[in-house]
Write a protein that binds this ligand. Structure first.
Ligand SMILES: [Fe+2]
Length: 524
C-alpha cells in the first residue's frame, strides 16, 4: 500500500507528460495513449521486462526537452505550439512538407503583417530554418537528457532521449543515425506516437496507411509491419484517452517510489523544465520557491507548510508551457486572445498537478499564485476569503521575484523599487500585507515598523482580524476554517492569540460584534 507521503515515479513522470503534451501542442493525456500503445506494441514484439520498462518511461519522457529553444523557434516561425500541432502529422524528411509547414505557421502567426513582410519572413525562414531546426532539435535532446538524469533515469533512457528526431533511413537529426543504431525503445515510441496522432484524427485505417507509407523511411520495417498486421487489436480502446489508473497499472517491472529528497530533486528539475521556456524566466521558479518558503517561516507557518510552499513555488508556473514562447517574449502589449492564453496558465498548472494526491496538494496552492485579495487576479478571480496564507505568500513572492527579473517590455527593477511596488500592492489590498512584509524580509529588506494597519487594532494581524470578524458574525470554528482555507487547529490558535492580545473572550459574540464595528472603522 502506498503511503500518503510517497509518490510513485510513474505518477510523477505521467504528470510531467501532461505538461509536455501542452508543450507539443497536443491535448492533455496524449502521452498516456502513446504509452499504452507503445507497451502493447513492445509486448507484441516480444520485448523483455527491462525493455518494456524503458519503452513505458520513454513514452512519457520523449518530449521532456520540449521547452528548449522554443524562444528561437517562435522568433522564426511564430506560434511554435501551433507549428508543433501541425508538424505532428508531417513527414519532415520530405522538403515539400517541411517548407509547407513553415509557410503555414508564419502565415497563421503574422496575420497583421503585410504580404511583403510575410514574404520576407518566409524567405528568411527557408534560409535559416535548416540550421535553426538542427540546433533546436539538438537543444531539445540535450535538455531532455539532462532532465532525465536529474529524475534518476539510467543510461538506456538517457541514450534514447538523444535520438528523438532520428529516423530509420538516416535522414533524421542531430546525428543522422540509421536503422538499428537508433535505440529499440525510441524506434518503437516514435512509431506509436504518430500512430496515435493519426488514429485520433482519422481512425485505425488512417494510422495503418500512414505507417505503411513511412515503412522503411521513418520507421523500422519490422515494427511497422507488425503494427499494420495487429493495428485493430493494438489500438483497442484508444479512441479516447486511457484512464490514469489503467496507465499506472501497465508499468512493467517493480514499482519505484521517490524519497522526500528525490521528490525535491524532481520538483527542482520540473522547475527548470518550466523556466527554460523563456530566457526571461531562467531561475524564476527556484527563486520564488526559496522566497516563499522563508516568508512562510517568518509568518509562523509550520515547517510542513513551508516545505509545501517551497515545492509549490518550484511548480507554480509549470502551466506556462501551454503558452507560446512568442507570447512570453512579446515586447509590446498582448492582444485579447494572447492575454486569455496567459490567464489560463495557472489553470494548466492545476491540471498538470491534479494527480496524484501529493502533487494535487501542491497544485492547489500553486494554481493560486496570480489571485489577488480584491478578486482582480486570475484564473479564477477568487476573493480574499478563499485565499489561504500560503497562497497569499506565494503570490507576493512571485510578484517580487518577477519584478526583479527582466521582461521583454522592461528592465529588472532594483530590489528597493520592487519592494516599494510590492508595498503599494499591499496598501491597495491586492496583496496580503503580512505576506508582503514576510517576503520582503526574506529577500533581505529591512521592514519598516511604522504604524501599520494591524497595530491600530491591539496588535492583531490581518488574519486574526478576519477570524474575529467571522466569529462576530456567528460562524463556527469549522465554518471559519473553511472560509479562510485553514485548519480548525489554526483557527483555534488565532483565537487564543486574539485573547492574549486584547484580553477579552473572543467567543463573546456581542462584545466581538461591537469590537468589529470599531475594527471596521479603524481598518477600512
Ligand atoms: Fe505565473
Amino acid at each position: 500500500m502506498q503511503r500518503t507521503s510517497e509518490i510513485r515515479l510513474a505518477e510523477l513522470v505521467a504528470a510531467l507528460s501532461l505538461a509536455t503534451d501542452l508543450g507539443m501542442g497536443q491535448p492533455l493525456e496524449y502521452a498516456l495513449s502513446v504509452c499504452v500503445l507503445s507497451v502493447r506494441l513492445g509486448e507484441a514484439l516480444g520485448l523483455d521486462e527491462r525493455e518494456l520498462r524503458e519503452v513505458y518511461y520513454l513514452a512519457f519522457l520523449r518530449h521532456i526537452g520540449c521547452n528548449a529553444e522554443t524562444y528561437t523557434m517562435a522568433n522564426l516561425f511564430g506560434d511554435e505550439l501551433a507549428l508543433r500541432t501541425d508538424a505532428a502529422t508531417a513527414d519532415l524528411g520530405r522538403p515539400s512538407q517541411a517548407i509547407g509547414l513553415m509557410v503555414r505557421s508564419i502565415r497563421k502567426s503574422y496575420t497583421d503583417a503585410s504580404p511583403l513582410q510575410v514574404a520576407r519572413l518566409i524567405a528568411h525562414g527557408i534560409v535559416a530554418s535548416p540550421q535553426v531546426m538542427k540546433e533546436s532539435f539538438s537543444g531539445f535532446c540535450e535538455v531532455a537528457q539532462r532532465l532525465a538524469a536529474r529524475l534518476g533515469f539510467g543510461e538506456g533512457i538517457i541514450h534514447a532521449l538523444g535520438q528523438v528526431f532520428e529516423r530509420w533511413d538516416g535522414r533524421g537529426t542531430p546525428a543522422g543515425l540509421k536503422g538499428e543504431q537508433i535505440a529499440t525503445s525510441m524506434r518503437l515510441v516514435s512509431l506509436a506516437q504518430d500512430a496515435i496522432t493519426f488514429h485520433r484524427l482519422d481512425g485505425t485505417e488512417a494510422a495503418i496507411a500512414m505507417v505503411r507509407e513511412r515503412n522503411g523511411t521513418m520507421y523500422d520495417p519490422h515494427m511497422a509491419e507488425l503494427f499494420c498486421q495487429q493495428a485493430s487489436k493494438l489500438l483497442t480502446g484508444l479512441d479516447e484517452e486511457p484512464s490514469w489508473q489503467t496507465v499506472l497499472a501497465l508499468e512493467p517491472g517493480k514499482r519505484a517510489y521517490l524519497s522526500d529528497e528525490q521528490f525535491d530533486t524532481a520538483c527542482q528539475a520540473m522547475a527548470d523544465f518550466t523556466d527554460i521556456k523563456s530566457p526571461y524566466t531562467l531561475g524564476h521558479s527556484s527563486g520564488v520557491a526559496s522566497l516563499a518558503a522563508e516568508a512562510g517561516r517568518r509568518c509562523g507557518l509550520p515547517e510542513a507548510d513551508a516545505i509545501t510552499l517551497r515545492r509549490a513555488g518550484l511548480l507554480h508556473d509549470i502551466g506556462r508551457v501551454s503558452v507560446s514562447a512568442g507570447i512570453w517574449g512579446k515586447p509590446g502589449p498582448l492582444t485579447e486572445r494572447e492575454w486569455e492564453r496567459v490567464r489560463l496558465h495557472p489553470y494548466y498548472t492545476e491540471r498538470v498537478l491534479a494527480r496524484p494526491s501529493m502533487l494535487a496538494q501542491l497544485g492547489a496552492v500553486a494554481a493560486l499564485h496570480h489571485e489577488r485579495l480584491d478578486g482582480s487576479g486570475y484564473h479564477r478571480g477568487l476573493p480574499a476569503s478563499m485565499l489561504s496564507p500560503s497562497a497569499r505568500i506565494l503570490a507576493a513572492a512571485d510578484v517580487y521575484h518577477a519584478m526583479t527579473e527582466a521582461r521583454p517590455h522592461r528592465s529588472p527593477l532594483t530590489p528597493e523599487d520592487a519592494a516599494s511596488q510590492l508595498q503599494r500592492e499591499a496598501r491597495a489590498r491586492r496583496l496580503d500585507s503580512e505576506a508582503v512584509s514576510a517576503v520582503l524580509a526574506a529577500a533581505g529588506h529591512r521592514i519598516s515598523t511604522s504604524r501599520s494597519r494591524r497595530e491600530l487594532v491591539g496588535g492583531l494581524s490581518e488574519r486574526e482580524i478576519e477570524v474575529l470578524r467571522l466569529l462576530a458574525r456567528g460562524h463556527s470554528m469549522k465554518q471559519i476554517a473553511s472560509r479562510l482555507v485553514i485548519s480548525e487547529k489554526t483557527v483555534d490558535n488565532h483565537i487564543q492569540h486574539i485573547y492574549l492580545k486584547i484580553g477579552v473572550s473572543t467567543r463573546a459574540a456581542a462584545t466581538l460584534f461591537a469590537m468589529e464595528q470599531n475594527l471596521l472603522a479603524s481598518v477600512d
